[in-house]
Ligand binder design. Structure first.
Ligand code: IPT
Length: 969
């Protein structure tokens, strides 16, 4: 029996367009995209009728003609994904195909969405000319009918497809029918690390095409940095005139003109408004003059090398998936600009074209990446990889052409990327050749081919610092051609959960070696899907059989676009002005790290702080310092000196005027320069004697039990104060499941650091101290920590000196070393003098500002989508919480939360964390760094915490004084 019989149509042909390697049939050649012209357009976004079938062929296609009772169907919003509108469910896999790898075949179970829209033409729709129907994005394969006539079918989910429909249109009652298959041959080319989200997820538009309309057009606008002139030529496939009023340009299409201009750069995104006027249409042009070149082994724009401070951006919204409205796109661009980001890689497909308009307008360098990834073939030894199989080459070329033609008029796009993680193959070379022949004005990127045969940059992902440094020095091995090329980290700093750590060290390398032209953080936003039970859902939460868990939540933004601490850190690390100097002698050294702009757009300010509180501030005049130049300026005489106070300057670079992306005063860069280190209060000599009384030990205001466990201080109850070495592992601690190395968290658990036993060895009362000696160790191991708690009191304060002495040969770093204790009923306000306002860890602390801060316990939590260690404030001098005052001269890290570390560790989603009555406080004298081990290098050696002798001094008191001034920042 022929099992494929049912797939054959009446001519006996295999009737399965979706399983055909071809890009499709019937659509128009791709062309430049523009938002509007003066030709009428009709948006077909809105409510459509919808019917979901479990297979590609289960339902009749009578609906395509319109004589159909679609009234009984459901409704769906277009643009949108049906799996986010109550039909079926999303699925998340990273590299693996969620179906058997048997290209180009896909499963019989192939959710298929029939979409129907009946529309009339507006009364003023012209009677002449023709019309095209444009789909900006449909996942993964669509077949289209208008008024019962099949227009064709297409694949290439994140690319535009147009059909000529003029002859079929009626004034009213047009029936537009679109059948969308979740799985198609195209799915093999779209194995990006993201949710599988079928549907018509970008705009559907009917565009009137007047007679004599502008067809495709190509704006060539280069800049000669020596002459200061721009050269413009607009090629079009119809005759027309090109005018740019501001430049006095009025030329024919195809005609070249050179005039003095201001160039376009991401720092100075000067756009000139122009018009392409043909007999039938006026198309607005937004022209940016710039020249991209590979010169002397460097990527140069307008003659100068650029340093990419970039991010990888997937399109994502927690409610609508990859269907993004303009406000969301703008929010992304504004957030990027406000965080000093200057570049976007559109991982791993061309974004909605309106996003590129925003990049042109606000200024971002764009690496525009093709909608292509075949990563899942790696799991089968790359056998059958479509990029190395000529049958697929037309589909690859179609994708390359649809990207280049659609996006070629954007000055922000300076590099084309062939795709992501496809291995190597002839198809990629064919794409590269086609792109080079079509557009010589941009460079080519592809990371997956280590020979760099087809590319202009040597691009890597997740290379560690040492290797990046070798590459910077030109000491890397590799094919000759590659060694001539500039270097990019197209992905680094995996922003999954708490982290990424180690960004400062990368940035120092980028700034040291010319060949290292920066990188792109992976990635911009967590793809957590809003979920009634979980808060945000990740892989597995929809019952997927195969999934990659919370690997999909690895962004600098939380799903709701709140910046995570990682973004705040990145902003500081990549700030375009380095502020250095010597606070003691009042010298400030400024380095302008912009590639093009001088410092005149910034105003500099100083503030002088005494014990974290600003007592004076003023303006700091700075000369106009060109890109790459340095300046030295003097601070005024220190406003207050002497005494025990810690004094420091905070110097800030802020926007001097409003810009399109932030208001005047927005902080771009800052630094703190210490004037006087201050003196921490010494432990008083002598002190009270501890006494035993009715089974307890009393020491000044403190009560201990007979074993020396602290019970209370004055009328504050304190519970379980003891050494703590455990933290709820971060995603970076958990490492990469696919790698052979045992990640730190697994080593910690294997050793039992999450279940340490505390044995009390000795409780000693002397005339001025209570000393409790313990041994803290995991079961089944002979490793241990000898811990001595030495308690003293001067009558009002309780002083703890904690000494930790490791025993045995510790091979594993410790998550933390410090104390933890419970404060019943302490939720509410917290004030502290130390690092803030956000969390900071040893290798994520660049953005931590020393000052007096106010918050409350709940706001101290960083809501990672998968709960994990978070919220520590470093360098604590003092804190006030729930009536307790904590002072320390050792600058421990301070954490307070309404659940235990064990509860945090057990939680899978935010909603698993239910606050209890006790606030758990940690004071850590040592912490292991964060690193980027969830996909990339672990913690750098100097940020690792190894077992070694450690001491912590803390003074506890109940005398809370609220007179230390307001929060300083
Ligand atoms: C790399 C991918 O390019 C990217 O899409 C994403 O999956 C990222 O990793 C991790 O989040 S591939 C990885 C195997 C290095």
């Amino acid at each position: 029996m022929d099992l494929r019989m049912d797939l054959r149509d009446h001519d006996g042909n295999l009737d399965a367009h979706h399983e055909d390697v071809s890009p499709g049939t019937g659509s128009l050649p791709p062309r430049a995209w523009y938002a509007t012209s003066d030709a009428p357009a009709l948006s077909l976004n809105g409510t459509w009728r919808f019917r979901l079938s479990p297979t590609a062929d289960a339902e009749d296609d009578a609906f395509t003609a319109g004589h159909h009772d679609s009234e009984a169907w459901d409704e769906i919003t277009v643009p949108g994904h049906w799996v986010l509108q109550g039909h079926g469910a999303p699925q998340y896999t990273n590299q693996l195909y969620p179906f058997p790898v048997d290209p180009p075949r896909v499963p019989t179970e192939n959710p298929t969405g029939d979409h129907l829209r009946v529309f009339g033409l507006p009364a003023d729709w012209p009677g002449t000319g023709t019309a095209v129907l444009r789909f900006d994005g449909v996942e993964s394969c669509a077949r289209v009918w208008l008024n019962g006539t099949e227009l064709g079918d297409f694949k290439g989910s994140r690319l535009a497809h147009e059909f000529d429909v003029g002859a079929l249109l009626r004034p009213e009652g047009n029936v537009l029918a679109v059948r969308v298959h979740q799985w198609s041959a195209g799915s093999y080319l779209e194995d990006q690390d993201q949710w599988w989200l079928p549907g018509i997820f970008r705009d559907v538009t009917l565009l009137h095409r007047p007679e004599g309309c502008a067809g495709d057009h190509f704006v060539h606008a280069s800049y000669d940095h020596r002459a200061g002139t721009g050269t413009l030529r607009v090629d079009a496939n119809v005759q027309g005139r090109v005018t740019v009023a501001e430049l006095g340009i009025d030329v024919a299409t195809g005609e070249e003109v050179t005039v003095p201009v201001e160039p376009w750069t991401a720092e100075t995104p000067k756009l000139y408004d122009g018009v392409l006027a043909t007999a039938g249409e006026r198309v607005p042009l937004r022209i940016g003059f710039r020249t991209v070149a590979l010169e002397g082994g460097l990527i140069k724009v307008n003659g100068r090398p650029v340093l990419f401070r970039g991010v990888n951006r997937h399109e994502f919204h927690p409610e609508t998936g990859r269907a993004l409205d303009l406000d969301t796109m703008r929010a992304d661009v504004l957030l990027m600009k406000r965080h000093n980001i200057n570049a976007v890689r559109t991982s791993h497909y061309p974004p909605h074209p309106a996003f590129l308009d925003l990049c042109d307008e606000y200024g971002l360098w764009v690496v525009d990446e093709c909608d292509l990834e075949t990563h899942g073939f790696q799991a089968v030894g790359w056998r059958g990889n479509p990029v190395d199989d000529d049958r697929w080459t037309p589909a690859l070329l179609d994708r390359a052409a649809r990207m280049v033609e659609r996006d070629k008029n954007h000055p922000s796009v300076i590099m084309w990327s062939l795709g992501n993680e496809c291995g190597t193959g002839r198809g990629l070379t064919a794409m590269a050749e086609w792109i080079r022949a079509r557009d010589r004005s941009r460079l080519l990127h592809y990371e997956g081919d280590s020979s760099c045969a087809d590319t202009d940059v040597y691009s890597r992902m997740y290379a560690d610092h040492a290797e990046v440094e070798r590459i910077g020095r030109g000491e890397d091995e590799g094919p000759g051609r590659r060694r001539e090329l500039p270097f990019l980290l197209c992905e680094y700093g995996h922003a999954m959960g708490n982290g990424p750590g180690g960004l400062s060290e990368y940035q120092r390398l980028f700034e040291t070696y010319d060949r290292l032209q920066g990188g792109f953080i992976w990635e911009w936003i967590d793809h957590g899907i809003a979920h009634p039970t979980y808060g945000y859902a990740y892989g597995g939460d929809f019952g997927e059989e195969l999934h990659d868990g919370n690997f999909v939540c690895d962004g600098l933004l939380f799903p709701d676009r709140t910046p995570s601490p990682g973004l705040v850190e990145y902003k500081k690390v990549i700030e375009p002005v380095r502020i250095d100097g010597d606070g003691r002698d009042g010298t400030v050294l400024l380095t302008n790290l912009h590639d093009f702009a001088d410092l005149t757009h910034l105003a500099f300010t100083w503030s002088y702080e005494v014990d974290g509180v600003s007592v004076a501030d003023g303006a700091l005049p700075v000369p106009a310092t060109g890109p790459g130049e340095r300046a030295e300026v003097k601070l005024p005489p220190a406003p207050a000196r002497g005494g025990d106070a810690e004094t420091r300057w905070t110097v800030r670079a802020v926007l001097a005027d409003d810009t399109a992306w932030a208001a005047r005063g927005h902080v771009v860069a800052w630094a703190q320069l210490v004037d006087e280190a201050g003196r921490t209060e010494p432990v008083p000599p002598g002190g009270l004697a501890p006494v035993r009384e009715s089974g307890r030990i009393l020491l000044g205001p403190a009560v201990f039990d007979a074993r020396g466990t602290l019970l209370s201080l004055g009328n504050l109850e304190i519970s379980d104060l003891r050494l703590d070495v455990w933290r709820a592992p971060t995603d970076n601690d958990n490492g990469m499941p696919w790698r052979p190395e045992t990640p730190p968290a697994a080593q910690w658990r294997a050793l039992g650091l999450h279940r340490m036993q505390h044995r009390v060895d000795d409780v000693e009362l002397t005339e001025n101290a209570l000393t409790v000696r313990t041994r803290v160790a995991p079961a089944a191991s002979d490793l241990g920590l000898r811990v001595a708690y030495r308690w003293r009191s001067d009558g009002s304060r309780l002083l703890l000196t904690l000494r930790v002495e490791p025993e045995g040969k510790w091979q594993v770093p410790l998550p933390r070393v410090g104390i933890r204790f419970g404060l019943p009923g302490a939720s509410g306000p917290v004030r502290w003098f130390g690092g803030g306002p956000g969390e900071a860890y040893p290798d994520t602390g660049a953005a931590s500002l020393v000052g007096v801060w106010e918050s409350d316990v709940d706001a101290l939590q960083t809501p990672y989508v998968r709960p994990q260690e978070n919220g520590a404030r470093p360098g604590l001098r003092w804190a006030e919480i729930g009536g307790l005052r904590i002072d320390s001269g050792d600058g421990p890290a301070f954490t307070a939360r309404r659940w235990t570390t064990e509860q945090l560790d057990a939680a899978r989603h935010r909603t698993d964390l239910t606050p209890g009555d006790t606030v758990w406080v940690n004071l850590d004298i040592g912490r292991h760094g964060i690193g980027s081990g969830s996909c990339g290098p672990g913690v750098l050696p100097h940020h690792q915490l190894h077992a070694r002798p450690a001491t912590l001094h803390v003074a506890f008191s109940t005398a809370v004084t609220r007179g230390n001034g307001a929060a300083s920042h």
